[in-house]
Design a protein around this ligand. Structure first.
Ligand SMILES: Nc1nc2c(ncn2[C@@H]2O[C@H](COP(=O)(O)OP(=O)(O)OP(=O)(O)O)[C@@H](O)[C@H]2O)c(=O)[nH]1
Ligand SMILES: [Mg+2]
Length: 466
């Protein structure tokens, strides 16, 4: 078990709202001095004999020496342990001026035993004080960074303990099996009766292996919701790549002209296609060139191809299929490709079958980037390709992140090892070793057995005040 006795005597303070101008700005304080800090710097309009927990008071922050009013604020004291960190907490809601908030914060950290909070330190304390587990702490950071509604739902589910519950279910099963083994170790004479290998194997399969496999199967879907996909628009010059970018973004982001070689550098933007966060990259049209700048652009386009999860290979439907289109397809073929036949408004006799024959097994979508015709079909094709035809997984289901998935894999391997040991009639003390390993890998996910440096990495990703 983690050692939760590690005590956090320091009181920490930070501005919890983002920098910039806002309607209100909040300073958060956590730790044993919170109440005293409120008494020292805050004067309520109607001063109570004692601040009642979770009640909002109107008043002002006053400099204790100059008696100068720094800001009129609302303040709340929250008594431990019914708080975010499980410690004594105070929040001061000031006007949105970042300068004033910084002044108040500077005053607060002059209080004895008080210092500025590190990024993620409030959440880290919530975790160390046992209010949330590590998956829930990670969900806090994920929620703040979510790029789509679906990503936010996934994080909320994890924050509410969705993943935590599934992990605990598996953990309980492993603990129950370990208990049986411990009895068998203590009573070697009756070992055979106690260790019913068949029953134990069945239980491990049903309550550990299968749930582990189910969770792992959701990791890929979770990755798409969390990180999204990178889509590169590729094609000959002047086929309408930048027009397509603008059309997908529904804004005039990239310069479009009738001159080939307009786009010289790559342009990256983010969009949300049915819940999939998509990083879309417009590139310079690829051709044999003489000009240095365009040459660099083309080199960048090829580099972007390397990073791409999906390529939209754009062709000019009005000009018809060209040898260079086929050549570019051969270059892009190492990735998932969607062939986009553009300018259909100028191609009344378009024969899509020709493209389907030329690129068998590859989705071909006809569009007009200037009129927007067919763009929904293209979005559908991108969504299909990004999710492997499975669609996005339900955000209501817990999905492990990359860190969790790695630990789940190791847990699964250890559980399988136990199964193999049972089949081979291994002694219970040997079986218990693998079982303990499985429990320890599982513990890394929820934060029970996570090492301090891993914790530091996780919390360092947080923003200040969280
Ligand atoms: N009629 C018609 N014209 C289009 C369509 N899409 C693009 N165009 C025109 O084609 C020309 C080239 O468009 P761009 O979007 O700049 O093409 P590009 O592929 O980005 O070109 P480079 O950046 O030079 O490689 C412009 O004149 C566009 O208005 C379309 O669907 N229909
Ligand atoms: Mg362009």
């Amino acid at each position: 078990m983690r050692d939760f006795s590690e005590f956090h005597e320091a009181t920490i303070a930070a501005i919890a709202t983002p920098p910039g101008v806002g309607g209100i700005g909040i300073i958060r304080v956590s730790g044993p001095q919170s109440y005293a800090i409120l008494q020292q710097f805050f004067r309520a309009k109607n001063p109570p004999s004692r601040f009642v927990s979770h009640k909002l008071y109107f008043g002002a922050i006053i400099h204790p020496e100059t008696r100068q009013v720094i800001d009129e604020v609302l303040a709340v004291y929250m008594r431990a342990p019914q708080t975010y960190t499980r410690e004594e907490v105070v929040e001061i809601h000031g006007h949105g001026s970042y300068l004033l908030l910084q002044e108040i914060l500077a005053l607060i950290v002059t209080f004895p035993g008080t210092r500025l909070a590190e990024p993620g330190e409030f959440t880290k304390r919530a975790f160390l004080n046992g209010r949330i587990d590590l998956t829930q702490a990670e969900a806090v950071a994920e929620l703040l960074g979510a790029k789509t509604k679906e990503g936010a739902s996934l994080a909320v589910n994890q924050l509410r303990g969705g993943l935590h519950e599934e992990i605990w279910g598996i953990r309980d099963a492993l603990l129950a099996v370990r208990a049986v083994m411990e009895v068998a170790i203590d009573f070697p004479d009756e070992e055979l009766e106690i260790l019913d290998a068949q029953a134990l194997t069945a239980r491990l399969t049903r309550e550990a292996q299968e749930p582990l496999l189910r969770l792992l199967a959701r990791a890929e879907g979770g990755k798409i919701i969390r990180e999204g996909v990178s889509v590169v628009i590729l094609g000959r010059p002047n086929v309408g790549k930048s027009s397509l970018l603008n059309c997908l973004l529904r804004e005039e982001r990239a310069i479009v002209t009738e001159l080939p070689g307009t786009t010289r550098d790559t342009i990256e933007e983010c969009l949300d296609i049915k819940g999939v966060p998509v990083r879309i990259i417009d590139t310079a049209g690829i051709r044999e060139t003489v000009e240095a700048v365009e040459e660099i652009g083309i080199r960048r386009a090829r580099q972007k191809l390397e990073e791409a999860d999906l390529v939209l290979l754009v062709m000019d439907g009005a000009e018809g299929l060209q040898a260079e289109d086929r050549a570019l397809f051969a270059v892009a073929e190492c990735k998932k490709v969607v062939v986009v036949v553009n300018k259909i408004d100028r191609a009344p006799d378009l024969n899509l079958g020709l493209y389907q024959e030329a690129f068998p097994g590859v989705p071909v979508v006809a569009i007009s980037a200037t009129s927007g015709a067919g763009i929904h079909h293209l979005e559908e094709a991108v969504y299909e390709a990004a999710t492997g035809g499975q669609g996005l997984q339900e955000p209501g289901l817990a999905a492990p992140n990359v860190r969790h998935a790695a630990a789940l894999q190791r847990t699964l391997a250890a559980v399988q090892q136990v199964g193999a040991g049972l089949a081979a009639d291994l002694a219970p003390d040997l079986l218990a070793i693998d079982l303990q390993a499985a429990l320890s890998f599982l513990g890394e996910i929820i934060g029970e057995t996570t090492t301090d440096d891993v914790l530091d990495i996780i919390f360092a990703d947080f923003c200040l005040g969280k």
